[in-house]
Design a protein around this ligand. Structure first.
Ligand SMILES: Nc1ncnc2c1ncn2[C@@H]1O[C@H](COP(=O)(O)OP(=O)(O)OP(=O)(O)O)[C@@H](O)[C@H]1O
Ligand SMILES: [Mg+2]
Length: 252
C-alpha cells in the first residue's frame, strides 16, 4: 500500500533519516518503532507530504508523491488519515467543529449526512456524541482529546491511518482501550494502519508487522509475533529493557 524508498532527510547538519526503506502491507498494521528523537514522526510526515524528502521517494497506492503537484498531494491526503502525536485539535473550535473539519475539506456532504457521520465516528472511538459535541478541547481530558483526534482522523473513512504515538502519556487502562480501538477500527473499516511507538509491549499488542528504526534506517523488520525473538542487538536491548528509549521522551 505504501512504499518508502531510500528516504533521506536532514535538518540543518542533523541527518535524521539516512536511507529508510519500508513497504507497508495493505490491510495490516505496521508499527515503526525506535527511540525518541530517532525520526519516527519525520517518516510519517513525509508520507502525508508535510515534509519534502532530501532524497528518495514515497509511493502511496501506486501514486508517487510529488510536492510540485498539488493534485497528487490532495489525492494522497484523501486516502490517508493522520493522527498527530499531540492530537492537534483546533482550540477555538468545539468537538463537533473539529471532527467535521475533514468532511468540509474533503467531501460535499450536506449537514444531515455530516451530522450522521460525526455521531458515528465519535461512537466508534467510544465517546458519547451528546456529551462531547459542544465541548472545547480545554474541557477534555488527555485521553478524550486523543479520541476526538482519532474520530476526526477516521471521519472521511481513509484507506490508510497513520497513528503517531496514540497512547503516549495515557494511563495503562486508557492506553489499552485505545489499542483495542485501533484493532477494532482495522477490523471494521479494513484500513491499512501505520503506528508509531516507542513502547515495544504496546507494539506487540496491535501490530501485524514491526519495523525497527535505528540511526536513520530500518535495521530490522518482521512479523510482530516473531519480533520478540529477533537476534538484532538493538531489538534485544529494547525487549530486555536495558536501553535509554522509553524514558528519554523529548516531546509530547
Ligand atoms: N521541522 C524540524 N526542524 C528541525 N528539526 C526537526 C524538525 N522535525 C524534527 N526535527 C528533529 O529531527 C529529529 C527526529 O524527530 P522526530 O520528531 O521525527 O523523532 P521521533 O522519533 O518521532 O521522536 P519522539 O518519539 O520523541 O516523538 C529530532 O532531533 C528533532 O529535533
Ligand atoms: Mg514523534
Amino acid at each position: 500500500m505504501i512504499k518508502i524508498q531510500n528516504l533521506h532527510k536532514a535538518f540543518g547538519t542533523k541527518r535524521v533519516l539516512q536511507g529508510v526503506d519500508l513497504a507497508i502491507v495493505r490491510g495490516k498494521t505496521t508499527t515503526i518503532f525506535g527511540i525518541s528523537g530517532g525520526g519516527k514522526s519525520t517518516i510519517i510526515k513525509h508520507i502525508v507530504g508535510l515534509l519534502v524528502p532530501d532524497r528518495g521517494q514515497i509511493i502511496v497506492d501506486g501514486i508517487r508523491l510529488s510536492h510540485r503537484d498539488p493534485a497528487t498531494l490532495y489525492a494522497i491526503r484523501r486516502k490517508v488519515g493522520f493522527l498527530f502525536q499531540s492530537g492537534a485539535l483546533f482550540d477555538s473550535m468545539s468537538v463537533e467543529e473539529n471532527v467535521a473539519f475533514p468532511l468540509l475539506e474533503h467531501t460535499t456532504h450536506g449537514p444531515t449526512e455530516r451530522s450522521k457521520r460525526i455521531h458515528r465516528a465519535l461512537e466508534l472511538v467510544g465517546l458519547k456524541p451528546s456529551e462531547v459535541l459542544p465541548l472545547y478541547p480545554h474541557e477534555l481530558s488527555g485521553g478524550m482529546r486523543k479520541r476526538v483526534g482519532l474520530a476526526r482522523t477516521i471521519i472521511f473513512e481513509p484507506e490508510v491511518i497513520l497513528y503517531d504515538e496514540p497512547t503516549s502519556g495515557l494511563d495503562p487502562v486508557t492506553s489499552d482501550r485505545i489499542s483495542r480501538m485501533i484493532l477494532h477500527l482495522q477490523a471494521q473499516l479494513g484500513v491499512t494502519s501505520v503506528l508509531i511507538s516507542h513502547d515495544i509491549n504496546e507494539s506487540f499488542k496491535c501490530s501485524d508487522y514491526i519495523a525497527m528504526l535505528h540511526e536513520g534506517r530500518i535495521v530490522d523488520y518482521g512479523e510482530a509475533e516473531h519480533f520478540k525473538d529477533s537476534s538484532h542487538p538493538v531489538v534485544r536491548q529494547f525487549v530486555t529493557g536495558s536501553v535509554e528509549g522509553p524514558i528519554q521522551l523529548l516531546n509530547d
